[in-house]
Design a protein around this ligand. Structure first.
Ligand code: FAD
Ligand code: S2G
Ligand code: ZN
Length: 479
């Protein structure tokens, strides 16, 4: 694991005693309490953050979560809510020995309103399972991410997940119509709602979306779903410069318009990392030579009619510009569609095969994406492999830097942080576009938000969680 500088422990927080276990045994079944096989719960997806929790609770109802939090609040026992544990900022694992409250048993889909395409679900449903359920109604969730096979809807709402379809649908928070949340004192806040419009007072549910487990535990959601497109086409274009990517992006926006579902880019380092480290990933293009510095862009076009017209029109536009398209592959079937998307979705995992990964998920002006990537590549060249990729459609860059020498992880981290965050705060942009702050970025929040804004966030946190038992040491500095 990465050397993890521990923050000072909150002196008011207690550690689990025998009497606590006895209490939990009095309200939970045996299968809802785990005190032995804890390793997978204590370590995050990247094996970068490691907790020392002695207890995982897996309650199967909102009522039980309410009892657990009420007890923990009274006894000053800190709690980390955990869903799919695919978070990438250390938010879903303990910093010390906090209790892990897993949502995995809160996995029932409650109902589907066919007239309005609104699903009501418990928060512990895996995104991919939700989509399988929704396919009978020819609908799907209004977002998608590479972690779909593991992440839960509640975790997605708690991190306000972005993903490739944000270009088509807009932010997830627009589709969360209602929530049920259990507060730190055990109070069940029923904000469930199936109205598309409801302007009756402060829209409280919004405060929990993106709160990363710091204000309450999301237990149910009303989610507005979207009709599946009849035709989904994917073009994978190889080009010779990042400037060309920007030009292709512009043409896509004007030519494809509302039918543009997703547009993602990768540099040659990201592309090669996947081809060389993921067994199932096959070379897409004929003319692939090892040293080429190509750039790649994936464009998904969704249509309900005239699909060939839209795809052809776009392809003719980009290929008619001299030197813009070196090669282009159009997915010929659903299998190839999925395989091509996997090449983009597996960049993060491929980087993990090369060495421990430092991940940066930043918002910035799209024209600067390649510059900062090259700048960091230059700065870290002898310590790490730097790849650039991500959601160019909404200005979200992902940079992964894989450590090439295990003994120099700390040296590499010092090379990158706080440089990248300071660079960003000077240029404008966000130090966290979609992954949240978690443990990783809480102490950099001052680079992003004014002191009075951070103070206001802390005051709101103290209204909802005065004993600071929910997900301590994360999101906000010094809490
Ligand atoms: P966890 O990791 O378990 O928890 C995340 C945070 O939310 C933690 O702070 C936790 O305490 C809190 N939390 C969890 N459940 C609840 C709850 N019910 N109530 C309150 N708080 C809760 N993210 C993106 O935004 N876009 C992407 O494209 C994307 N792609 C990814 C691809 C891969 C391969 C991987 C591994 C991750 C990716 N992620 C992406 C990051 C991650 O998947 C998202 O942040 C996701 O929303 C986390 O969901 P989870 O269920 O795993 O939550
Ligand atoms: C993505 C997460 C992947 C990673 O692929 O869009 O949000 O490992 C990222 O950084
Ligand atoms: Zn992403």
């Amino acid at each position: 694991f990465f050397s993890q500088a521990k923050k000072p422990r909150n002196p008011n927080h207690g550690s689990i005693q025998k009497s606590d276990i006895e209490y939990f045994q009095s309200i939970l079944s045996e299968s809802e309490i785990n005190t032995s096989d804890l390793s997978k719960y204590n370590v995050d997806w990247m094996s970068k953050y490691q907790g020392e929790s002695k207890l995982v609770l897996l309650p199967n109802s909102t009522q039980k979560i309410s009892q657990i939090l009420s007890y923990c609040n009274k006894n000053m026992l800190p709690v980390v809510p955990q869903s799919g544990n695919t978070g990438l900022v250390g938010g879903s694992v303990p910093h010390y020995d906090e209790i892990i409250l897993s949502l995995q048993r809160l996995n029932k889909i409650i109902d589907y309103d066919t007239n309005n395409d609104i699903v009501t679900t418990e928060s512990g449903v895996i995104l991919e399972n939700l989509n399988q359920y929704l396919s009978q109604f020819n609908t799907e969730a209004p977002y998608d991410l590479g972690a779909k096979g593991s992440c839960f809807v509640g975790g997605n709402i708690a991190t306000h997940a972005g993903g490739k379809y944000l270009v088509k649908h807009g932010p997830l928070r627009g589709y969360v119509l209602g929530l049920e949340v259990v507060l730190a004192n055990g109070q069940i806040m029923n904000l469930l709602n199936k109205s598309r419009k409801d302007n009756t007072g402060i829209d409280l549910k919004q405060i929990f979306i993106g709160s990363e487990g710091s204000l309450g535990i999301i237990t149910k959601a009303n989610l507005l779903c979207v009709k599946k497109a009849i035709e989904k086409n994917l073009l994978f274009i190889k080009t010779s410069s990042f400037q060309n990517i920007l030009q292709i992006h512009n043409i896509a926006k004007s030519e494809i318009g509302k039918n543009l579902a997703a547009i993602e880019w990768m540099d040659s380092y990201a592309y090669k990392a996947v081809i060389e480290n993921i067994k199932t990933a096959k070379e897409v293009f004929e003319s692939q030579n090892k040293i080429d510095q190509s750039y790649y862009v994936l464009i998904e076009i969704n249509t309900n009619f005239n699909k060939d017209l839209v795809v052809e029109q776009f392809y003719n536009s980009v290929s008619s510009v001299e030197g813009l398209v070196d090669e282009c592959v159009l997915a010929q079937n659903d299998h190839q569609f999925d395989e091509l998307w996997k090449i983009r979705e597996l960049v993060g995992s491929a980087c993990g095969h090369i060495g421990k990964v430092f991940k940066y998920d930043i918002s910035l002006n799209t024209s600067q994406m390649d510059d900062i990537t090259k700048d960091l590549r230059q700065k870290c060249f002898n310590l790490g492999l730097t790849v650039g990729y991500g959601h160019i459609g909404d200005g979200n860059l992902h940079i992964n830097i894989s450590c090439l020498d295990k003994t120099k992880e700390q040296q590499l981290e010092n090379q990158i942080e706080p440089y990248i965050f300071e660079w960003l705060s000077k240029k404008g942009g966000s130090i966290s576009a979609e992954h949240g702050l978690g443990l990783m970025k809480a102490d950099y929040l001052h680079l992003q938000k004014k002191p009075e804004v951070i103070d206001c966030m802390k005051n709101i946190k103290k209204i909802f969680d005065p004993n600071l038992i929910l997900n301590p040491y994360k999101i906000l500095p010094g809490i």
